[in-house]
Design a protein around this ligand. Sequence first.
Ligand SMILES: Cc1ncc(COP(=O)(O)O)c(C=O)c1O
Length: 284
Amino acid sequence: MGIDYPRRIGLARTPTPLQYLERASARWGRGHRLWVKRDDLTGCTLSGNKVRKLEFITAHAIDNGFDTLITCGGLQSNHCRATAFAGAQLGLGVHLLLRGEAPAQPEGNFLLDRLAGAAVSCYPKRQYVEEIDHLFFHWQQHYASLGRRALAIPTGGSDGIGAWGYIAACEELAADFAAQRIERAHIVTASGSGGTQAGLSLGVSLHGLPATVWGVNVCDDEAYFVNKVDADAADWQRRCGAPADARAGAPPCWARTTCTPPGPESRSGWQTGCAAPGSWASSG
Ligand SMILES: Cc1ncc(COP(=O)(O)O)c(C=O)c1O
C-alpha cells in the first residue's frame, strides 16, 4: 500500500535486524517461532524505540518553524535523553520538564541530558502530575517572550506525529516477514506511553500485515492503554486527515490489545489472551 509519509529526519540506524531466538523458541515457543526486532540497535545516545518517533517529530518541528523542543518524563527518562541528543544534533534547543527531585550528584540520563546541553526543570511528583499541562504552557510562553518558538512534545513522544515512527517500522516488519516466511504473527511490545503500540497497530493495519499487536503495560492499567492507543490513533488520523480509516481495518481486538504482564496472579489471563497459532515477534 502506498502511504503518504510526512518528512522524517534520518536519526536511527535502520532497518534493525529481526533476530531468531532458537533456544527460546525451543524452550517457550510451543511449536511457534520467537523473534526479537532489535530496536535496541537503532543507535547509542538516541537508542531504542524513542528515536523512531523523534525522526518524525523533529522534522515536524523544523518544518513548522519551531526552534525549541519541550518534553517531559521521569528523572531518568530515556525519551527525554533521546530528545536532548536529537535536539543537540539538529541545532534545536531542548527543555526537559522532569518528575522528581534533582539529585545532588547528576548521574545516568539526568547527567547525559545536561551534557547534551538541555535545559532541565525538576518538579516534585505531585506538582508534576497536577500541573504538567500548565508547565508546558508556562515554558512555551517563556520562549515566546524571547522570540523563540517551542514545540510541546508529550510524554514518550506518543501522539499522532510520533506514531509515524512505528507505522514506518511496520514496513521493515513486512520485509522481515517476507524474508523469514512468517505468515501469521503476534507482535508484542512494552507499553509505557502508548505510542509504540499505537504506531504498530496503525502500521499493521495500513501495511496489511498478518499480525496482531499486543501491548504489555509497564505502568497504569489495561483500560488506560486501550484509551491512550485509541487517542493516539485518533490524533494521527486527525493530523493526516486519513480518508481511509486505518482503525476500521484494524484487527477486531483493536480495543483489547493490552494485556497484563505474566505473573503468578495473571498467568491464566496471559495464556488465554495471547496463546494463538503463528509466530511471535517482540519490539524492544
Ligand atoms: C524497549 C521499549 N519498548 C517499548 C517501550 C514503550 O514505548 P512507549 O512509550 O511508546 O509505550 C519502552 C519504554 O517504555 C521501551 O523501553
